[in-house]
Design a protein around this ligand. Structure first.
Ligand code: HEM
Length: 328
């Protein structure tokens, strides 16, 4: 999609993404009622900090570039994000609703960024540290968020009747490396699948990971708020980057079910590299007013029918409205 110019609403200058025109959310605004209710479930479980996101609440902004690495990806997609170097405006975050979530404790993380190509095409990537999702259906995920608010026993009781949730809990308990890492040493996964579309109109289902490829150690003293200083130190002494490693679906992989891992041998292409050039707080940076809606895609990408994607689009659109109105 083409980027729209920055507009001022109330006291806030909104970037193009906040006004993104062709996301699923805007195409289906009648669903907002559900998003509103679901949002309240997040608020009940995670709390609500006025003017802030209700999940992935703690975070900071960065800017950087997104540059092609392996042009093998061009056989699958004519997206301009794979053929030219683009500008990036992004945000790293802690999962959960605590604005003061400690940096020196292991937890799930998020990475979200908007890509603007030299021709003004626009694309959002929004990823987290899960290997796959705990539910294939949005309502089942909301049940989990509700249960998390009620405590461990409620989650156990819910899992008893939910094989997907059982599989998620078992896998992540067994395979999760809980070593404390900085954002720049953390791998993020798309979790949801998308289609690539090439010049001939052929569709290929993919997932991808953002794999650390630059300086990635803890290089400053750790404390409850060290992650931005750490990224800055790694930027001063080297580079901070992630490679976008694309996994091409095999015939038996389901693109519409985020709760199933794509197992076994797959073709993988290191398509691009995201390189950070600088960081800033949310107050000073440009990421706070962005709606990182993962269904806002450049040409050469199409959403799958995964219902989680639609739900994300709806709830993020609702969230940005709430957050921005609280700042006015
Ligand atoms: C039905 C499924 C999901 C729901 C209901 C949901 C809900 C939410 C909510 C309510 C927020 C805060 C939005 C705000 O207050 O403005 C959020 C943020 C976020 N979510 Fe999700 N989420 C879902 C799935 C996912 C998945 C699959 C991923 C990653 C693969 C993900 C990654 C993120 C990230 C990184 C943020 C913070 C983005 C930012 O920095 O703005 N979410 N989510």
């Amino acid at each position: 999609m083409t980027k729209v110019s920055t507009v001022t609403i109330g006291a806030l200058a909104l970037t193009a993404s906040a006004l993104a025109q062709t996301s699923i959310a805007q195409a289906q605004s009648t669903e907002h009622n559900t998003a509103e209710k679901d949002y309240r479930v997040f608020e009940k479980t995670f709390g609500a900090t006025k003017g802030k996101r209700r999940n992935h609440t703690k975070g900071f902004c960065f800017v950087g570039e997104f540059a092609p690495v392996d042009n093998a990806i061009l056989a699958y997609s004519n997206s301009p994000i794979f053929s030219s170097t683009s500008e990036v405006n992004g945000r790293v975050s802690h999962k959960g609703g605590k604005n003061l979530s400690p940096d020196d404790k292991f937890g799930d993380r998020g990475l979200a960024f908007e890509i603007t190509t030299p021709d003004g095409d626009y694309h959002i990537i929004n990823v987290n540290t899960e290997d796959f999702f705990p539910a294939s259906k949005p309502a089942d995920f909301i049940d989990l968020v509700r249960a998390l608010g009620e405590g461990g026993e409620a989650v156990k009781a819910l899992a008893a009747g939910r094989p997907e949730l059982q599989a998620y809990l078992a896998h992540h308990k067994k395979n999760r490396d809980t070593t404390l890492r900085p954002y720049e040493g953390t791998q993020f996964n798309s979790v949801n699948a998308f289609y690539l579309v090439n010049e001939s109109g052929d569709r290929t289902a993919i997932r991808w990971s953002m794999v650390p490829s630059g300086s990635q150690g803890i290089v400053v003293e750790t404390n409850s708020d060290f992650l931005m200083d750490n990224m800055n130190a790694n930027l001063t002494n080297g580079t901070v980057s992630w490679d976008m490693v694309v996994t091409i679906a095999n015939d038996n992989d389901d693109p519409n079910n985020a709760a199933i891992r794509w197992e076994g041998e797959h073709t993988r292409i290191t398509a691009t590299r995201l390189t950070v050039t600088s960081t800033s707080t949310e107050a000073d940076g440009e990421c706070d007013a962005v709606n990182f809606d993962p269904t806002v895609l450049s040409d050469g990408f199409v959403v799958t029918d995964d219902p989680i994607l639609e739900a994300r689009s709806q709830i993020y659109a609702h969230g940005i409205g709430v957050r921005l109105s609280e700042k006015e």
